[in-house]
Design a protein around this ligand. Structure first.
Ligand code: ATP
Length: 324
Protein backbone atom coordinates (compact mmCIF):
# COMPACT_ATOMS: atom_id res chain seq x y z
CA UNK A 1 0.00 0.00 0.00
CA UNK A 2 1.31 3.46 -0.80
CA UNK A 3 0.81 6.65 1.16
CA UNK A 4 -1.15 8.85 -1.22
CA UNK A 5 -0.71 12.12 0.63
CA UNK A 6 3.04 12.41 1.10
CA UNK A 7 3.51 16.13 0.95
CA UNK A 8 0.27 17.75 2.00
CA UNK A 9 1.69 19.45 5.08
CA UNK A 10 4.75 20.63 3.18
CA UNK A 11 2.56 21.95 0.40
CA UNK A 12 0.26 23.74 2.83
CA UNK A 13 3.21 25.25 4.69
CA UNK A 14 4.85 26.35 1.46
CA UNK A 15 1.57 27.88 0.35
CA UNK A 16 1.06 29.74 3.61
CA UNK A 17 4.67 30.93 3.46
CA UNK A 18 3.97 32.28 -0.01
CA UNK A 19 0.91 34.08 1.29
CA UNK A 20 2.75 35.65 4.20
CA UNK A 21 5.45 36.83 1.79
CA UNK A 22 2.93 38.26 -0.64
CA UNK A 23 0.61 40.81 0.97
CA UNK A 24 -1.37 41.09 -2.27
CA UNK A 25 -2.77 37.59 -1.73
CA UNK A 26 -5.67 37.37 0.67
CA UNK A 27 -5.86 33.62 1.30
CA UNK A 28 -3.72 30.54 1.43
CA UNK A 29 -3.60 27.81 -1.21
CA UNK A 30 -6.39 25.49 -0.23
CA UNK A 31 -9.78 24.29 -1.35
CA UNK A 32 -11.26 27.16 0.54
CA UNK A 33 -9.68 29.46 -2.01
CA UNK A 34 -9.42 28.86 -5.73
CA UNK A 35 -5.66 28.32 -5.81
CA UNK A 36 -4.54 25.07 -7.28
CA UNK A 37 -3.39 22.48 -4.76
CA UNK A 38 0.33 21.99 -5.01
CA UNK A 39 2.33 18.78 -5.32
CA UNK A 40 -0.80 16.69 -5.12
CA UNK A 41 -1.85 14.40 -7.95
CA UNK A 42 -5.63 13.91 -7.98
CA UNK A 43 -6.97 10.70 -6.45
CA UNK A 44 -9.63 8.57 -8.08
CA UNK A 45 -12.19 6.36 -6.36
CA UNK A 46 -12.59 2.76 -7.41
CA UNK A 47 -15.45 0.76 -5.86
CA UNK A 48 -15.64 -2.92 -6.80
CA UNK A 49 -18.36 -5.51 -6.24
CA UNK A 50 -19.86 -3.44 -3.44
CA UNK A 51 -22.83 -5.11 -1.73
CA UNK A 52 -25.02 -3.77 1.04
CA UNK A 53 -27.99 -5.42 2.70
CA UNK A 54 -30.43 -3.98 5.21
CA UNK A 55 -33.15 -5.90 7.03
CA UNK A 56 -32.43 -8.92 4.84
CA UNK A 57 -32.95 -6.88 1.65
CA UNK A 58 -30.16 -6.40 -0.87
CA UNK A 59 -29.85 -2.65 -1.59
CA UNK A 60 -26.66 -2.70 -3.67
CA UNK A 61 -25.66 -5.81 -5.55
CA UNK A 62 -22.05 -6.13 -6.72
CA UNK A 63 -21.78 -2.50 -7.75
CA UNK A 64 -18.67 -1.41 -9.67
CA UNK A 65 -18.33 2.38 -9.81
CA UNK A 66 -15.42 4.69 -10.46
CA UNK A 67 -14.74 8.39 -10.10
CA UNK A 68 -11.74 9.28 -12.27
CA UNK A 69 -9.13 11.51 -10.61
CA UNK A 70 -9.73 15.24 -10.91
CA UNK A 71 -13.01 14.74 -12.78
CA UNK A 72 -16.60 15.57 -11.89
CA UNK A 73 -18.58 12.33 -11.88
CA UNK A 74 -22.36 12.24 -11.63
CA UNK A 75 -24.06 9.39 -9.79
CA UNK A 76 -27.47 9.10 -11.42
CA UNK A 77 -30.52 6.89 -11.12
CA UNK A 78 -34.16 6.88 -10.00
CA UNK A 79 -35.36 7.24 -6.41
CA UNK A 80 -34.29 4.30 -4.31
CA UNK A 81 -31.59 3.11 -6.76
CA UNK A 82 -28.97 3.30 -4.01
CA UNK A 83 -27.07 6.54 -4.80
CA UNK A 84 -27.00 7.85 -1.22
CA UNK A 85 -26.15 4.38 0.06
CA UNK A 86 -23.20 4.09 -2.32
CA UNK A 87 -21.90 7.53 -1.29
CA UNK A 88 -22.18 6.59 2.39
CA UNK A 89 -20.32 3.32 1.77
CA UNK A 90 -17.54 5.10 -0.13
CA UNK A 91 -17.31 7.68 2.67
CA UNK A 92 -17.03 4.96 5.31
CA UNK A 93 -20.21 6.11 7.10
CA UNK A 94 -21.63 2.62 6.54
CA UNK A 95 -19.69 -0.58 5.94
CA UNK A 96 -20.44 -2.71 2.89
CA UNK A 97 -21.21 -6.41 3.34
CA UNK A 98 -18.88 -7.20 0.49
CA UNK A 99 -16.55 -5.57 -2.03
CA UNK A 100 -13.88 -2.94 -1.64
CA UNK A 101 -13.37 0.77 -2.10
CA UNK A 102 -9.95 2.09 -3.03
CA UNK A 103 -8.40 5.47 -3.55
CA UNK A 104 -6.38 5.29 -6.72
CA UNK A 105 -3.40 7.52 -7.36
CA UNK A 106 -3.36 7.03 -11.11
CA UNK A 107 -5.76 6.25 -13.96
CA UNK A 108 -8.73 4.30 -12.60
CA UNK A 109 -9.04 0.97 -14.43
CA UNK A 110 -12.31 0.17 -16.17
CA UNK A 111 -14.62 -2.24 -14.34
CA UNK A 112 -13.62 -5.72 -15.40
CA UNK A 113 -9.93 -4.83 -15.43
CA UNK A 114 -7.87 -5.58 -12.35
CA UNK A 115 -6.18 -2.83 -10.43
CA UNK A 116 -2.76 -2.11 -11.84
CA UNK A 117 -0.95 -3.41 -8.78
CA UNK A 118 -2.53 -6.81 -9.20
CA UNK A 119 -1.33 -6.86 -12.78
CA UNK A 120 2.17 -5.93 -11.74
CA UNK A 121 1.93 -2.29 -12.81
CA UNK A 122 3.44 -0.42 -9.89
CA UNK A 123 2.55 3.04 -11.25
CA UNK A 124 -1.07 2.63 -10.10
CA UNK A 125 -0.99 3.34 -6.37
CA UNK A 126 -3.98 2.35 -4.32
CA UNK A 127 -5.13 2.68 -0.74
CA UNK A 128 -8.00 0.81 0.87
CA UNK A 129 -10.49 3.46 2.01
CA UNK A 130 -12.43 1.02 4.16
CA UNK A 131 -9.36 -0.02 6.16
CA UNK A 132 -8.07 3.54 6.55
CA UNK A 133 -8.08 5.14 10.02
CA UNK A 134 -11.07 7.46 10.32
CA UNK A 135 -9.04 10.62 10.85
CA UNK A 136 -6.86 10.02 7.82
CA UNK A 137 -9.94 9.28 5.73
CA UNK A 138 -11.46 12.57 6.90
CA UNK A 139 -8.37 14.43 5.68
CA UNK A 140 -8.72 12.90 2.24
CA UNK A 141 -12.45 12.66 1.69
CA UNK A 142 -15.56 14.67 2.64
CA UNK A 143 -19.23 13.79 2.27
CA UNK A 144 -22.04 16.34 2.11
CA UNK A 145 -25.19 14.43 2.85
CA UNK A 146 -28.66 15.20 1.61
CA UNK A 147 -30.70 17.31 4.05
CA UNK A 148 -28.07 16.99 6.75
CA UNK A 149 -29.88 18.72 9.62
CA UNK A 150 -28.54 19.54 13.06
CA UNK A 151 -30.31 20.31 16.32
CA UNK A 152 -27.11 21.51 17.93
CA UNK A 153 -27.15 25.24 18.81
CA UNK A 154 -24.14 25.87 16.55
CA UNK A 155 -23.37 29.02 14.65
CA UNK A 156 -22.59 28.63 10.98
CA UNK A 157 -18.96 29.60 11.56
CA UNK A 158 -18.59 26.96 14.30
CA UNK A 159 -20.22 24.34 12.06
CA UNK A 160 -17.77 25.14 9.27
CA UNK A 161 -14.84 25.09 11.72
CA UNK A 162 -15.79 21.48 12.51
CA UNK A 163 -14.44 20.73 9.04
CA UNK A 164 -10.96 21.53 10.39
CA UNK A 165 -11.11 18.80 13.06
CA UNK A 166 -9.19 16.13 11.09
CA UNK A 167 -6.36 18.59 10.48
CA UNK A 168 -5.55 19.59 14.04
CA UNK A 169 -4.33 17.94 17.22
CA UNK A 170 -6.92 16.15 19.33
CA UNK A 171 -6.95 18.78 22.09
CA UNK A 172 -6.05 21.80 19.96
CA UNK A 173 -8.47 24.68 19.52
CA UNK A 174 -9.08 26.64 16.33
CA UNK A 175 -5.91 28.27 15.01
CA UNK A 176 -5.77 31.51 13.02
CA UNK A 177 -5.18 29.31 9.99
CA UNK A 178 -8.35 27.27 10.74
CA UNK A 179 -10.37 30.46 11.04
CA UNK A 180 -8.92 31.81 7.77
CA UNK A 181 -9.75 28.57 5.95
CA UNK A 182 -13.29 28.52 7.38
CA UNK A 183 -13.90 32.15 6.38
CA UNK A 184 -12.62 31.49 2.85
CA UNK A 185 -14.73 28.32 2.59
CA UNK A 186 -17.85 30.25 3.61
CA UNK A 187 -17.03 32.89 1.01
CA UNK A 188 -16.46 30.31 -1.71
CA UNK A 189 -19.70 28.47 -0.92
CA UNK A 190 -21.65 31.76 -1.04
CA UNK A 191 -22.47 31.61 2.67
CA UNK A 192 -20.21 34.30 4.16
CA UNK A 193 -23.19 36.45 5.18
CA UNK A 194 -24.57 33.55 7.27
CA UNK A 195 -21.49 33.14 9.49
CA UNK A 196 -23.12 34.41 12.70
CA UNK A 197 -26.50 32.65 12.26
CA UNK A 198 -27.54 29.50 14.12
CA UNK A 199 -27.53 26.55 11.73
CA UNK A 200 -30.95 25.40 12.97
CA UNK A 201 -32.55 28.66 11.81
CA UNK A 202 -31.41 28.40 8.17
CA UNK A 203 -33.51 27.61 5.11
CA UNK A 204 -32.81 24.37 3.23
CA UNK A 205 -30.78 26.14 0.55
CA UNK A 206 -28.80 28.16 3.09
CA UNK A 207 -28.06 25.01 5.08
CA UNK A 208 -26.89 23.25 1.92
CA UNK A 209 -24.33 26.01 1.27
CA UNK A 210 -23.11 25.80 4.85
CA UNK A 211 -22.60 22.03 4.63
CA UNK A 212 -20.67 22.57 1.40
CA UNK A 213 -18.53 25.20 3.16
CA UNK A 214 -17.86 22.73 6.01
CA UNK A 215 -16.70 20.17 3.44
CA UNK A 216 -14.44 22.77 1.74
CA UNK A 217 -12.92 23.66 5.12
CA UNK A 218 -12.07 19.97 5.45
CA UNK A 219 -9.85 20.39 2.35
CA UNK A 220 -10.56 16.92 0.97
CA UNK A 221 -8.96 15.43 -2.12
CA UNK A 222 -12.24 13.62 -2.88
CA UNK A 223 -15.60 15.35 -2.41
CA UNK A 224 -18.81 13.30 -2.27
CA UNK A 225 -22.01 15.30 -2.70
CA UNK A 226 -25.50 13.92 -2.24
CA UNK A 227 -27.88 15.98 -4.36
CA UNK A 228 -25.99 19.23 -3.77
CA UNK A 229 -28.51 21.35 -5.68
CA UNK A 230 -31.85 19.97 -4.50
CA UNK A 231 -32.80 22.97 -2.32
CA UNK A 232 -31.17 25.62 -4.47
CA UNK A 233 -32.70 28.25 -6.74
CA UNK A 234 -31.54 28.21 -10.34
CA UNK A 235 -28.76 30.77 -9.87
CA UNK A 236 -27.48 28.97 -6.78
CA UNK A 237 -27.57 25.66 -8.68
CA UNK A 238 -25.36 27.15 -11.38
CA UNK A 239 -23.05 28.66 -8.77
CA UNK A 240 -22.71 25.30 -7.02
CA UNK A 241 -21.95 23.39 -10.22
CA UNK A 242 -19.49 26.07 -11.28
CA UNK A 243 -17.79 25.73 -7.88
CA UNK A 244 -17.68 21.97 -8.38
CA UNK A 245 -16.01 22.46 -11.78
CA UNK A 246 -13.44 24.81 -10.31
CA UNK A 247 -12.69 22.32 -7.51
CA UNK A 248 -12.03 19.67 -10.16
CA UNK A 249 -9.73 22.13 -11.96
CA UNK A 250 -7.82 22.37 -8.66
CA UNK A 251 -7.39 18.60 -8.67
CA UNK A 252 -10.30 17.56 -6.45
CA UNK A 253 -12.19 14.45 -7.51
CA UNK A 254 -15.94 14.98 -7.22
CA UNK A 255 -18.66 12.32 -7.12
CA UNK A 256 -22.13 13.87 -6.91
CA UNK A 257 -25.53 12.19 -6.79
CA UNK A 258 -27.78 14.24 -9.06
CA UNK A 259 -31.40 14.07 -10.19
CA UNK A 260 -31.24 16.85 -12.77
CA UNK A 261 -29.85 15.06 -15.81
CA UNK A 262 -29.37 18.26 -17.83
CA UNK A 263 -27.38 19.76 -14.96
CA UNK A 264 -25.35 16.54 -14.92
CA UNK A 265 -24.82 16.80 -18.69
CA UNK A 266 -23.57 20.39 -18.33
CA UNK A 267 -21.29 19.84 -15.34
CA UNK A 268 -20.04 16.24 -15.38
CA UNK A 269 -17.16 14.61 -17.22
CA UNK A 270 -18.26 11.11 -16.34
CA UNK A 271 -21.53 9.59 -15.19
CA UNK A 272 -22.57 6.36 -13.48
CA UNK A 273 -26.19 5.25 -13.77
CA UNK A 274 -27.63 3.05 -11.03
CA UNK A 275 -30.94 1.26 -11.48
CA UNK A 276 -33.00 -0.26 -8.69
CA UNK A 277 -33.96 -3.90 -9.01
CA UNK A 278 -35.83 -6.50 -7.00
CA UNK A 279 -32.46 -7.95 -6.08
CA UNK A 280 -30.64 -4.68 -5.38
CA UNK A 281 -29.40 -1.61 -7.22
CA UNK A 282 -26.93 -2.20 -10.05
CA UNK A 283 -24.82 -0.06 -12.35
CA UNK A 284 -26.40 -0.17 -15.81
CA UNK A 285 -24.07 2.24 -17.59
CA UNK A 286 -20.99 4.33 -16.87
CA UNK A 287 -18.76 6.54 -18.98
CA UNK A 288 -18.63 9.93 -20.68
CA UNK A 289 -21.79 12.05 -20.68
CA UNK A 290 -22.24 11.83 -24.47
CA UNK A 291 -22.24 8.04 -24.40
CA UNK A 292 -24.38 7.45 -21.32
CA UNK A 293 -26.99 10.22 -21.31
CA UNK A 294 -28.83 8.79 -24.32
CA UNK A 295 -32.38 7.45 -24.72
CA UNK A 296 -31.18 3.84 -25.04
CA UNK A 297 -29.79 4.02 -21.49
CA UNK A 298 -32.19 6.45 -19.80
CA UNK A 299 -35.58 5.32 -21.13
CA UNK A 300 -35.60 1.84 -19.59
CA UNK A 301 -34.01 3.03 -16.34
CA UNK A 302 -36.41 5.92 -15.68
CA UNK A 303 -39.44 4.60 -17.62
CA UNK A 304 -39.65 7.76 -19.79
CA UNK A 305 -39.05 8.85 -23.39
CA UNK A 306 -35.94 11.02 -23.57
CA UNK A 307 -35.07 13.56 -26.25
CA UNK A 308 -31.54 14.90 -26.41
CA UNK A 309 -31.22 18.50 -27.64
CA UNK A 310 -28.12 20.70 -27.73
CA UNK A 311 -27.41 23.66 -25.51
CA UNK A 312 -27.20 26.69 -27.81
CA UNK A 313 -23.98 28.03 -26.32
CA UNK A 314 -22.16 25.05 -24.79
CA UNK A 315 -23.24 22.41 -27.34
CA UNK A 316 -23.68 19.96 -24.47
CA UNK A 317 -26.79 17.75 -24.14
CA UNK A 318 -30.05 19.23 -22.88
CA UNK A 319 -32.52 16.48 -22.01
CA UNK A 320 -36.30 16.60 -22.17
CA UNK A 321 -38.65 13.84 -21.03
CA UNK A 322 -42.14 12.57 -21.82
CA UNK A 323 -44.08 9.73 -20.29
CA UNK A 324 -43.24 6.40 -21.91
N1 ATP B 1 -31.06 2.38 6.84
C1 ATP B 1 -31.92 1.86 5.97
N2 ATP B 1 -32.89 1.03 6.36
C2 ATP B 1 -33.76 0.50 5.47
N3 ATP B 1 -33.74 0.75 4.15
C3 ATP B 1 -32.79 1.57 3.71
C4 ATP B 1 -31.82 2.18 4.57
N4 ATP B 1 -31.00 2.94 3.83
C5 ATP B 1 -31.43 2.84 2.55
N5 ATP B 1 -32.50 2.01 2.48
C6 ATP B 1 -33.23 1.64 1.28
O1 ATP B 1 -32.27 1.40 0.27
C7 ATP B 1 -32.75 1.84 -1.00
C8 ATP B 1 -31.75 2.82 -1.58
O2 ATP B 1 -31.80 4.03 -0.84
P1 ATP B 1 -30.92 5.29 -1.22
O3 ATP B 1 -31.30 6.37 -0.27
O4 ATP B 1 -29.53 4.87 -1.30
O5 ATP B 1 -31.46 5.59 -2.68
P2 ATP B 1 -31.24 6.88 -3.59
O6 ATP B 1 -30.90 6.40 -4.94
O7 ATP B 1 -30.29 7.81 -2.94
O8 ATP B 1 -32.70 7.48 -3.58
P3 ATP B 1 -33.24 9.00 -3.74
O9 ATP B 1 -32.98 9.40 -5.15
O10 ATP B 1 -34.71 8.83 -3.47
O11 ATP B 1 -32.55 9.86 -2.72
C9 ATP B 1 -34.12 2.45 -0.75
O12 ATP B 1 -35.10 1.49 -1.06
C10 ATP B 1 -34.10 2.76 0.74
O13 ATP B 1 -35.40 2.71 1.26
Amino acid sequence: MTDLAPSRRTAARRASDQVSQDPARSGRASLATSDRLQDEAPLGVDARRVRWTVDGRLVLDDVDATAPPGAVSGLLGPNGAGKSTLLRLVAGVQRPDGGRVHLVGGPVPEPGQGLGQEQGEPHVRTEDLLAMPRRRRARLLALVEQDAATDLPLTVLDAVLLGRTPHRGLLAGDSDDDRAVAAAALERAGAADLAGRLVGTLSGGERQRVHLARALAQEPRVLLLDEPTNHLDVAAQLATMSLVRSLAAQGVTVLAALHDLTLAAQACDHVVVLAPGTDGGRVVAAGPVEEVLVPEVLDPVYGVRTTVLRHPSTGRPVLTFEPA
